[in-house]
Design a protein around this ligand. Sequence first.
Ligand code: EPU
Length: 336
Amino acid sequence: MTSLQYNRQLPNTLALPCAADTLCVSGIEQARDAVRLARALGRSLLPLGEGSNVVLPGALQGIALYVTDKSVHEVGRDNEFVTLRVGAGHAWHAFVCTTVAEGYVGLENLALIPGTVGAAPIQNIGAYGREVAAFIDAVHGVDLHSGDSRSLNAAQCEFSYRHSVFKGALRDRFLICAVDFRLSKHAALDTHYPALATQLDGQAPLSAQQVLDAVVALRRQRLPDPELEPNVGSFFKNPVVDATWLRNVDGGTRMPQYPQPDGRIKLSAAWLIDHCGLKGLREGGACIASRHALVITNRGGATQRDVLTLAERVVHAVQQRYGLTLEMEPRVYGDA
Ligand code: EPU
């Protein structure tokens, strides 16, 4: 474990200024030491990665905790599947590229998502028709209250759309140290998502690498690059409504609609925000991206307050026009 570093600026892709004390651990054993240290100091521990899905305050009282492990080990194999255990500190996109280069199929739709492997299960990252939950076998880490190490299987992770137990009952309570992925070289490609099918010109792709390349191209066209325009990706979840709601709302038939297995319909929050005319709306340094209405960017000097006030204005406008309350997707930290 590194020694406690005081008053550091925390990396985050919205580029919000945030100072906190920080600690880095290599894995489970050191994480348990960190729990003991925090307890002795009477302080809380706040697990963070690259800060690609958080809205941080100017200062955090808790100790920001990072896992540095970037290792990849094969921990299981049968005729069909390999199981890879990946350290939480590994960059997500690099891991996706490695698996595809080695011939494994599955993660290609999730290419170029910012963040670490350890962060992926928390919000169950998803894009272009796939969610990471389908490939996770287990999550290993440490309970930050008891200091005990614990492994959760996929069912125990309680994955659903942009959600998991790590955002629910285990929020602020569990440090993810490693994730097991179960992958096959013979799995089917999935290119049914309309924008991806269009990007591939309706042709059936030959390889996972082709799908990966198409996803990278799509994301580069559609989403602002956090390196150039700091952002945390989608700022709101896509709302899910009953079919009756759609029939009754003005303009409902024109909205993009994604039928769900339970018969309900997922709408596009971006479309709703766009049709409220909010692209380019600004609050201090925060702005609704002109490229994608679901993304809030930091145009320079934004604070957490700017971002949250802008988000409140968006929620209010969509509520007034469509009677739907959008739910924020990234984690908002208070100054506790
Ligand atoms: N649209 C607009 N205006 C815009 C942008 C999009 O009307 O400014 C419309 C598009 O025309 C399309 C619809 O909205 O009909 C959906 O757009 P898109 O395909 O970009 O997907 P999304 O629903 O906005 C979701 C995920 C993204 C993921 C994409 C692709 C959520 C909250 N977001 O966005 O995830 O990359 O699908 O699968 O589910 C993220 O979570 O950070 C993220 C980027």
